[in-house]
Write a protein that binds this ligand. Structure first.
Ligand code: HEM
Length: 219
């Protein structure tokens, strides 16, 4: 029955062709360092899934943000687990993306024809850090408030446009309800959409060029 269903879908969607075009291709000899890009992708999806669950109870307003997190931690069934995975997942994602970039650098995989893959990777690193930065404020506790106050102050040190950047980030001169709502919007809409788009192009380029192989003695 499953075979029939698959054949029916394959006829209409071209699943086999899709598989051949994307996944059925030669790969360099198995190496754990080459799994870090896929690990980054899995972590991105995990962060997306747990983040969606968190928005069910989280409220992005100064009056309710802190309490809504307490509610998630203490009252919602498995809320502590979902938040824990999201919290530690963010740290792990930054770490894994960074080690993935180091591997690409050490094996010089940024050279022709993969320069664009590298440049889009740089954007992915900045966007991943941006997710961490905007997410840090959302619990609206003392640590989040003061860390973001300091970080947005540091952005103010950029010559000429520093003051402007700080004001855009804060939505005014001080941290306020406006800061929280624009960080929330960036955290759940703008940055994830940009990340998803860049990951799409990144993966397309990897499929197009194949993965670089580690040279061995004969090479
Ligand atoms: C969200 C972050 C990222 C995701 C999801 C991601 C995903 C991937 C995947 C699935 C691969 C193929 C498997 C592998 O080689 O590990 C890959 C390869 C690659 N990535 Fe990333 N990546 C990310 C960040 C970065 C960063 C920060 C850089 C560098 C600045 C980068 C540059 C590259 C390059 C040049 C390749 C090709 C490597 C080769 O052919 O050997 N990526 N990436």
């Amino acid at each position: 029955m499953w075979k029939k269903l698959f054949a029916w879908l394959d006829d209409r969607l071209g699943l086999n062709d899709l598989y051949k075009a994307t996944l059925d291709r030669p790969e360099p000899k198995g190496n754990w360092w080459n799994t870090l890009g896929s690990a980054s992708l899995v972590l991105f999806l995990l962060q997306g899934a747990t983040g969606i669950f968190l928005t069910v109870y989280y409220t992005p307003s100064p009056d309710h943000a802190y309490d809504s997190i307490q509610y998630i931690m203490n009252e919602v069934a498995f809320g502590w687990l979902i938040r824990g995975i999201h919290h530690w997942g963010s740290t792990l994602m930054v770490l894994v993306v960074f080690i993935h970039m180091l591997r690409v650098f050490i094996t010089a995989s940024y050279k022709y024809p993969r320069e664009l893959t590298w440049l889009i990777g740089c954007a992915l690193l900045i966007l991943t850090l941006g997710m961490g930065f905007t997410g840090y404020l959302l619990p609206w506790n003392q640590r989040a408030f003061w860390a973001t106050t300091v970080a947005t102050e540091i952005a103010g040190a950029v010559p000429f446009i520093g003051g402007f950047i700080t004001e855009v980030l804060r939505g005014g001169t001080e941290l306020s309800a406006l800061t929280l709502s624009r960080f929330f919007s960036a955290h759940i809409w703008m940055l994830p959409l940009l990340l998803a788009g860049c990951i799409g192009v990144h993966v397309y380029l990897i499929i197009k060029h194949g993965e670089s192989a580690f040279p061995d003695k004969e090479d």
